[in-house]
Design a protein around this ligand. Structure first.
Ligand code: NAG
Ligand code: NAG
Ligand code: NAG
Length: 402
């Protein structure tokens, strides 16, 4: 009996709960979404100007503060980026080759909502990517290297679907520029533009450097490609040229290297030393050591000879990424066997060359002598010459007498 009673009560309780919910909902205050969302391209090859207006239902609002919750899909990081602002505009960087997705909600807080925070539904705007040409006509292998922080080269390959005689242009923009500008100095290969060189004076670090590679002509439709980079992550230091090896105590060797003159601060570099051990049986073993110092001491460890080479790159506290410099030349300790061989070779070579040149001279002299013995000036010509010189003497005398 008791059991039956509780069974009968359950629907009544559920009905009461739903009725109560409905009652609350009917008294709930709501807030409208922002209106007239606009997304403008400022021509900066990535940044877009997003703007909107407050919902008109809030124009006479007192006793409450209005803010906006803005989300945009960040295609560089593949996730939504969230911003809260009291303003009605925002600048964000987008990859213009991809769809642009923005959604905004109104946030209301204060006395008018009983001291709580109220959020409107999202108003969403989606812009399709600008398609300028066939998909297969986008440039390939685009990459930039900032050499010694002095100049940057960005290069690309033409796409497989490039129509014949099609040419590309590069445009760039960074925060210091009013408008996007065309590449200052193109790099050509077989008459085709395949890269651009930028000089270091105008290259700002730790800010977006936006690039667009598009068709040079509006008559040829090629897919525009957009890139955004931070140039401090593309540095390639100069190769180290001077390596100094010195024997230390207990059969150790100290390697020291001198940095080339460049704009990269010394404390931003790390170095990789590759050392090759040559044993008695001509067996070689390689070892690589990374260091921030400009010197390294290693032991000979029973090796007959040890050789070293060094390369450098920007380390992680100064940039997220970077390129290794080219390797220095190998320097070996002891250096004698190789350099002796070079000297001997040079001596022999110069001896052979001198002998050859001398014999060539001798032969030429012999030929000249022989030629002179064989030839004599014909008498008639000799007579004419003598008469001519007599005439000259006569004229000379006359002028002297005057
Ligand atoms: C705001 O107030 C003005 C004048 O007080 C009135 O004309 C207008 O209709 C009001 N707007 C809204 C959305 O209530
Ligand atoms: C605000 O809260 C009070 C008491 O907590 C309540 O009586 C009133 O109905 C609420 N107002 C709104 C608009 O929710
Ligand atoms: C290439 O891009 C630049 C910069 O956005 C633009 O000024 C130019 O008109 C574009 N060229 C073509 C052929 O669309």
């Amino acid at each position: 009996m008791l059991r039956f009673k509780t069974f009968w009560q359950l629907p009544v309780i559920l009905m009461l709960i739903s009725e109560w919910n409905r009652c609350i909902k009917s008294h709930e205050i709501t807030v409208d979404s922002p209106e007239t969302i606009g997304i403008d391209d400022t021509g900066h090859l990535g940044p877009l100007y997003i703007h909107w207006t407050a919902p008109s239902s809030l124009t006479n609002l007192t006793d409450c503060s209005v803010r906006y919750h803005l989300e945009y899909y960040n295609t560089y990081q593949n996730r939504w980026t969230v911003i809260r602002t009291v303003r009605t505009s925002y600048n964000a960087q987008f990859d213009l080759e991809k769809e642009v997705r923005v959604r905004i909600a109104t946030l209301l807080r204060g006395g008018c909502v009983n001291g709580t925070e109220l959020k409107s539904p999202f108003a969403e705007t989606i812009l399709p990517p600008k398609v300028t040409g066939p998909v297969g006509s986008r440039v390939l292998g685009f990459g930039c290297v900032f050499y010694q922080k002095e100049f940057m080269e960005c290069t690309w390959h033409k796409s497989l679907d490039d129509p014949p005689h099609s040419q590309r242009s590069l445009y760039f923009w960074h925060r210091g520029m009013e408008q996007a500008a065309e590449c200052p100095q193109y790099i050509y290969s077989n008459g085709l533009k395949t890269g651009c060189k930028f000089c270091g004076e105008s290259l700002p670090e730790f800010t977006n450097f936006n690039i667009c590679v598009n068709s040079s002509s509006s008559n040829v439709a090629l897919m525009s490609a957009f890139f955004s980079l931070q140039i401090q992550n593309h540095v390639k230091p100069a190769a180290i040229e001077v390596l100094h090896l010195e024997a230390g105590p207990d059969r150790s060797i100290q390697v020291e290297w001198t940095l080339p003159q460049e704009r990269i601060p010394e404390h931003c570099l790390e170095h990789e030393v590759e050392t090759r051990k040559e044993g008695q049986d001509k067996q070689e073993s390689l070892q690589r050591i990374i260091t921030r110092e400009l010197t390294l001491t290693v032991s000979m460890e029973g090796a007959q000879r040890r050789c070293f080479r060094v390369r450098s790159r920007i380390h992680q506290y100064c940039a997220d990424r970077g390129f290794w410099s080219d390797w220095s030349h190998w320097s070996c300790y002891p250096d004698l066997p190789k350099s002796n061989a070079v000297v001997v070779f040079a001596l022999v070579a110069s001896l052979v060359i001198s002998i050859f040149v001398l014999s060539l001279c001798g032969w030429a002299l012999w030929r000249w002598r022989k030629g002179r013995e064989g030839k004599t000036i014909p008498p008639s010509h000799l007579n004419k010459l003598m008469e001519y010189s007599k005439g000259l003497q006569f004229i000379h005398k006359i002028t002297q007498n005057q």
